[in-house]
Design a protein around this ligand. Structure first.
Ligand SMILES: [Cu+2]
Length: 150
């Protein structure tokens, strides 16, 4: 019990140090014809990140790009170029909900949570409209919503 408390304290202290240093991370998201969750996917489709981290969209398979549907309030919308890698610097807290325009119908959607989900209410309001355009695997949109950490 005593040992467990110490372990927990160390982990908490380590977490505080990490968040204070806030080392920027590069996080890769692959664009795939086929991945762990089936056809036409961003992998990973849900990413939890922090302000200052950089997302790189990697066009592992051809024929994909990514476009934001919702971004954190202070961060402007973004769009990658077909078959080209793209780096996105996460400048503000909140949720990015995005999709691959040619494969939205097939459920090629993704989400990036940056820190706190500051724009969650807006996302909840608008997500239905995006989901209505997904003919195959609309449950992927729900799965993204369920992974949001409040
Ligand atoms: Cu695609």
């Amino acid at each position: 019990m005593y040992f467990r408390c110490i372990t927990k304290a160390v982990i908490v202290a380590f977490g505080v140090v990490l968040s204070t240093l806030s080392v920027a991370e590069e996080i890769k998201i692959e664009m795939l014809n086929y991945g762990k969750d089936g056809g036409m996917v961003f992998q990973p489709s849900f990413v939890k990140a922090e302000v200052g981290d950089v997302i790189t969209f990697v066009p592992t398979h051809a024929g994909h790009y990514a476009q934001s549907y919702i971004t954190p309030t202070e961060q402007s919308g973004w769009k990658t170029k077909m078959n080209e890698p793209f780096s996105l610097e996460l400048s503000h807290e909140g949720l990015h909900l995005y999709y691959c325009p040619p494969h939205l119908m097939m459920g090629m959607v993704g989400m990036i949570q940056v820190g706190q989900p500051t724009n969650l209410e807006l996302v909840k309001t608008k997500v239905g409209r995006l989901k209505s355009k997904v003919a195959l695997k609309p449950e992927r949109v729900d799965a993204l919503m369920q992974q949001i950490q409040e």
